[in-house]
Ligand binder design. Structure first.
Ligand code: SAM
Length: 196
């Protein structure tokens, strides 16, 4: 399957079919631990490719009022709104991540990069840098190795990720994730990439 097939229609059809094995159904414990140590709750946070957005709801409920999601599958956004109806509508950016022009302090990664064909990963890194400007941070979870089966999901090696992000970020921390959910244990890395 070529990379252009993973468009909004493809993802919408996955949600319509209820075929969403990536959705863990609750906020990721590894991400909660990361959020809990953030010193400033006034930062602008974006979760791109948020799906059902459990982490966004957690962030809002825990005082991070400037939390946004970006998601292009309307069925996912509808599911998010059913579950988290009080989430501010103007903080739901329904559309293509690659067309966003806003600016953020923190981008949160969870199974969004793995939804993008690796031939297009350079666009993701570029767009993260554009949205974050000179001082922002990209943080979250990455699959630690390529998958045997054709994707999505697509995984990569630490070397691939370092090569991807190092042109855009001064400091990159990429470590084995110790708080992964059980099915992903030993298979995830925690990334924090920043210029500040
Ligand atoms: C594998 S799912 C992950 C969803 C969520 N992050 C999670 O962990 O449950 C990938 C999501 O990214 C969305 N997506 C893919 N490409 C996108 C794009 N260019 N702009 C916005 N959303 C996109 C899909 O619709 C899908 O909801």
């Amino acid at each position: 399957m070529d990379e252009m097939k993973f468009d909004a229609r493809y993802w919408q059809s996955r949600y319509e079919a209820g075929n969403t094995p990536w959705d863990i159904g609750y906020p990721s414990p590894a991400l909660i631990r990361y959020f809990e140590q953030l010193p400033d709750k006034s930062i602008r946070i974006l979760i791109p490719g948020a799906g059902f957005g459990h982490e966004a709801a957690w962030l809002l409920e825990n005082g991070f009022e400037q939390t946004y999601i970006c998601e292009w599958a309307s069925q996912a956004v509808a599911g998010f709104l059913v579950a988290y109806r009080s989430f501010p509508k103007d903080q739901i950016l329904q559309g293509d991540f690659f067309r966003l022009e806003e600016s953020f302090d923190l981008l949160v990664e969870q199974t969004f990069l793995s939804a993008i064909h690796p031939d297009q990963w350079y666009r993701y890194a570029q767009q993260c840098k554009t949205l974050l400007g000179q001082r922002g941070t990209l943080a979250g979870l990455l699959f630690a190795q390529p998958f045997d089966e054709p994707g999505p999901p697509f995984g990569g090696t630490p070397e691939q990720y370092m090569a991807l992000f190092s042109p855009h970020f001064k400091r990159i921390s990429l470590t084995p994730c110790v708080h992964s959910i059980t099915p992903r244990q030993g298979r995830e890395l925690f990334l924090e990439a920043t210029n500040s």
